[in-house]
Design a protein around this ligand. Structure first.
Ligand code: IYR
Length: 254
């Protein structure tokens, strides 16, 4: 199956029977349980000059973000990670369903088990599933299936998307746009980590989802979307020299 549809991730076929009752939440009574009255909203409101300065400052900060594969084992305060995850949880979500679970792993034994699962699958990915062109496209990044950072990083954050929720009555709660909602939350998480000087790798371990979900004892309505090893950069960390597209290549003004 080496060259057959490498983009199709078996994880998407993880249709393990989950706890949710097959019935969708078509019962309006469930939705009425929690009413959201309208409350006033007022923005902070900056003068234009301040806006301009803040827009530049934030761009400068985020433009320094790089995927760093060499992470220091130095410990990071747990509260910083908690705050970053709280920040990620401010993402918008379809019908405010907040369809995310962030599993934070610092236990060395669990990190090692994760590494073993990921490396075993990634070896097959590189040697068979991805195909010659994909592997070639990655040569400039010098990546391979050895993922030392999975042992070394003080934290691994595994982001799961909940493809549906489960109501107290056992029925499924529809999680609209769950993938894009959780993807947005990952973006905000990356910004929150950058803001405190931590680094990560936005890894999406192909074909590891079901095994990692079982290892971490997560229910079947949760699918792994992203695995982020988090820590300070190693003192001898290097990154590939990359350029970002200029504004006129990424923006069209009509
Ligand atoms: N998941 C593999 C391969 C990989 C794929 C892409 I697209 C990258 O930008 C980088 C790596 C790995 O993590 O090595």
């Amino acid at each position: 199956k080496a060259d057959s549809r490498p983009w199709v991730d078996q994880d998407l076929q993880d249709d393990t029977e989950d706890k949710g009752n097959e019935d969708e939440d078509d019962d309006l009574v469930d939705n009425e349980e929690e009413d959201h009255p309208q409350v006033p909203y007022s923005a902070s409101g900056y003068p234009e000059e301040t806006m301009l300065e803040r827009s530049k400052d934030f761009y400068t900060l985020m433009n320094q973000r790089r995927t760093v594969r060499f992470i220091s084992p130095e410990l990071v305060p747990r509260e910083v990670i908690n705050n970053a995850i709280l920040t990620a949880g401010t993402a918008p979500s379809g019908a405010h369903t907040e369809p995310w679970t962030f599993v934070v792993v610092s236990d060395p034994e669990t990190k090692h088990q994760i590494r073993q699962i990921v490396e075993k699958e990634e070896e097959v990915n590189y040697l068979q599933r991805m195909g010659v062109k994909w592997v070639e496209d990655l040569t400039k990044f010098r990546t391979n299936w050895i993922k030392e950072y999975l042992d070394v990083a003080p934290y691994l954050i595994l982001v799961f998307k909940q493809i549906h929720g489960i109501l107290p009555n056992g029925k499924k709660l529809t999680h609209y746009y769950n993938e894009i909602s959780v993807s947005i939350s990952c973006g905000i998480l990356l910004a929150a980590l950058q803001n405190v000087g931590l680094v990560t790798v936005t890894s999406t371990p192909l074909n590891c989802g079901p095994q990692l979900r079982l290892l971490l004892k997560r229910p079947a309505n949760e699918k792994l979307l992203m695995l982020l090893p988090v820590g300070y950069p190693a003192c001898d960390a290097t990154v590939p020299q990359l350029k970002r597209k200029p504004l006129y290549d990424i923006m069209v003004h009509i």
